[in-house]
Design a protein around this ligand. Structure first.
Ligand code: G3P
Length: 293
């Protein structure tokens, strides 16, 4: 059962419906799921097929992804499911949009994931006008979150998520959790049309801290949600403090949310690296990689 004190929505970060089934049974609820190309490449059926020596064609891999998403949807029909477009650093907005429109039709509550890059934001601006629900992924800074807010101004509540990746900032010694706190604080000055989805959660402290901060949504991998369930789904009380060892604080910036999205400094090397990794993992599944054409 969903704990009464829980304000955040809890999503599973994964590409295997078997995990969705387990987590739903353990927690007694699940508000949604996030997927991405790397997670799909780790799906047991995809791995088994590759081990037998057969790579996918482009059509087959999209059919496979759609099949996984539909299986997840059957298990959590009320849940939001994020589906990520293919985007390497040279993929243009129009291509992302075409893929996004198709993916949006796969299930009733799809949320199309686009990168928080220039082309991704261009696609986002158009996508919300067309009524698509989107999840802006690979966000690493307050400026990028401000650009997401500005590019999607006018969207309905629930139509736009932004996914700051905290674990990847931690990996290089920066306190990723600060970005969540700062974006939540910055968005309080806005109209509330973008929901903050804490992503790249690596440990129980990330989950507890995001709960304490009141992140709208938290997506966490199987092992962490399983452990949270095993511990009785604890919620941090007033005495809880998040004190990770050896991570440098990220300072808060006063950012005006009323500008055009193109005026914000959205460049971030981790966004580019993230797109390179997602597209590589995707292309490794395909006999004739997308990037090679
Ligand atoms: O939701 C995004 C997440 O899957 C990325 O996690 O651990 O690859 O940084 P990670």
């Amino acid at each position: 059962m969903r704990p009464q004190s829980l304000r955040s929505k809890i999503f599973l970060d994964g590409g295997d419906a078997g995990e969705t089934r387990d987590i739903t049974a353990i927690l007694g609820f699940l508000d949604g799921q996030t997927t991405n190309p790397t997670l799909i490449s780790k799906n047991p059926q995809a791995k088994e097929r590759l081990e037998r020596g057969g790579k996918f064609t482009e059509k087959e891999i999209f059919d496979f992804y759609r099949g996984v998403v539909k299986d997840i949807y059957e298990l959590i029909p009320q849940g939001s499911i994020s589906i990520e477009v293919y985007a390497d650093p040279s993929t243009e907005a129009d291509k992302m949009l075409a893929m996004g429109r198709d993916m949006f039709s796969w299930i009733p509550k799809a949320q199309v994931k686009l990168p928080t890059s220039k082309e991704g934001l261009k696609a986002a601006e158009q996508a919300v006008k067309e009524g698509l629900r989107i999840n802006m992924t690979l966000c690493f800074s307050q400026e990028q979150a401000a650009a997401v807010y500005a590019a999607t101004r006018g969207a309905k509540k629930g139509q736009v998520y932004v996914s700051p990746f905290i674990g990847r900032l931690d990996d290089r010694g920066e306190k990723g959790m600060d970005v969540i706190a700062h974006i939540i604080k910055m968005y309080r000055k806005g109209d509330g049309h973008v929901e903050v989805l804490t992503a790249s959660v690596r440990n129980m402290d990330h989950l507890l801290c995001a709960l304490k901060l009141g992140s709208d949504i938290i997506t966490a991998p199987y092992a962490i949600l399983k452990e949270w369930g095993r511990q009785g789904m604890p919620f941090p009380d007033n005495s809880y403090t998040y004190k990770p060892a050896g991570l440098e604080d990220i300072p808060y910036k006063e950012i005006d949310l009323s500008k055009n999205w193109r005026e914000y400094d959205i460049a971030h090397d981790l966004t580019v690296k993230g797109m390179e990794k997602f597209s590589k993992d995707w292309n490794d599944l395909i006999a004739q990689p997308l990037a090679a054409r």
